[in-house]
Write a protein that binds this ligand. Structure first.
Ligand code: ADP
Length: 394
């Protein structure tokens, strides 16, 4: 299209010629440009900005004459009007969006440059909230995982160190027991050889040697009983025969068995019992073993203070046997550990006192099997106080 212009006069005619020439050459140049843009294509669209306005042309080449091209210009205001109801249909009624901040947006393409399709969230705060919730949940999950890993590692390390401690205690136990077996056996062998060879003719000495042999045999028996009972308890095979028994008679009997040995070793030994029977439900052998273990410990750990006391008392609904000595006492911090299996607060090397670390473990297990308890208390003025308490028969 050439715009119509009003031109007049000779000069005007000359100018008219010039203008017309220019206009024809413009048409020729824009046609050439158009042909260059469409190339060899058969159809397509062409979008151009003219006077800051978008013009979209849809064109198609005639199949019969390739130089003949049909075109139609899209009326964009009309297109907007046509699209409006469609957009209204998919949008929430009354929805107002912040046009500059879409959730996602994309350009439509070359056909409609500068046209964009965008999606807006109805409630952007909701998405922010759910993102915060997801973040919080993830954070919590990670924290819980880290906690679980730390607790798990701590448990593994504790378990491993416990296993190591137990393995070390078992090795110590074997060497302790071997020592405890060896010492009485050596004495028994030495004194029995002396007597057998007839090298001791003095009757007092003979009696004293026989006394040593009997005491050492009793010590061996105690040790073997403790080890065997411990093994049975560990396997869950140990059963106690609970029947009504008089604790006073049992205590007296055990004390009298020990008395000659204590006196021979210059111990001051006192055994206090009430005048009346003290009835408990218990296994005689088991309870005797507890008393024997406590008395033999009092002897072993008495040091230079050779004083041992045993008291049997009735206390409310309980019978209490207290074994007291004035010896070295249990070191601070070990008051409960001494009841653990194989644990020795005074080890053989430093104290020179032999033991298996089982006596108190067994004493406590036997007491608990009777519904009672064995505990330790330090004593004012030095020494130990071990208390066995058992429920009374009412
Ligand atoms: P052990 O065979 O070593 O004597 P026990 O289980 O009888 O084993 O005792 C455990 C530990 O308790 C002993 O090694 C000792 O350190 C401590 N102990 C037991 N009785 C006494 C006591 N009367 N005085 C001081 N310490 C004691």
């Amino acid at each position: 299209m050439i715009p119509q212009q009003q031109l007049s006069g000779g000069q005007n005619l000359a100018m008219k010629d010039e203008v017309q020439q220019q206009q024809f050459s413009k048409v020729a140049s824009s046609e050439a440009e158009f042909r260059q843009l469409i190339g060899d294509e058969n159809e397509g669209t062409l979008a151009r900005f003219v006077d800051n306005k978008l013009n979209v042309l849809i064109w198609s080449r005639s199949p019969r004459d390739r130089n003949l091209i049909f075109g139609a210009q899209v009326s964009l205001p009309q297109l907007i009007r046509e699209l409006a109801p469609l957009i209204d249909a998919i949008s929430r009624p009354g929805f107002q969006a912040h046009w500059k901040h879409p959730f996602v947006a994309t350009e439509i393409g070359e056909t409609l440059p500068h046209w964009e399709v965008a999606v807006y969230l109805l409630n952007p705060a909701k998405l922010k909230n759910s993102a915060r919730t997801v973040k919080l949940t993830l954070g919590l999950l990670i924290a819980v995982l880290i906690l679980a890993i730390s607790v798990g590692s701590w448990l593994i390390v504790t378990d491993l160190s416990q296993q190591l401690k137990l393995a070390r205690q078992k090795t110590d136990f074997v060497s302790n027991v071997s020592h405890e077996l060896k010492t009485p056996l050596t004495s028994i062998r030495m004194f029995s050889e002396l007597l057998a060879e007839g090298r001791v003719n003095d009757p007092t000495k003979q009696r004293s040697y026989l006394g040593i042999i009997t005491a050492e045999t009793a010590r061996l028996t105690r040790l073997i009983n403790n080890v065997l009972d411990f093994a049975r308890l560990e396997r869950g095979e140990k059963k106690y025969k609970l029947e009504q028994c008089d604790l006073r008679a049992l205590v007296k009997e055990t004390c009298e068995t020990f008395r000659p040995h204590f006196e021979a070793n210059e111990f001051k030994f006192e055994c206090q019992t009430p005048d009346h029977p003290v009835l408990v439900q218990g296994d005689r052998d088991g309870l005797a073993q507890v008393i024997v273990n406590l008395l033999s410990n009092a002897e072993k750990y008495s040091g230079n203070q050779k004083q041992i006391e045993l008291r049997l008392e009735k206390n409310d609904s309980k019978a209490e046997i207290t074994v007291l000595d004035r010896g070295m006492g249990v070191p601070k911090g070990c008051e409960e550990k001494i009841f653990e299996q194989f644990y020795r607060a005074h080890d053989s090397l430093s104290s020179g006192i032999q033991g298996s670390g089982l006596g108190l473990t067994l004493a406590r297990q036997i007491a608990r099997a009777h519904g009672g308890e064995v505990g330790y208390e330090g004593r004012e003025g030095g020494g130990s106080c071990f208390r066995l308490s058992l429920p009374l028969v009412m």
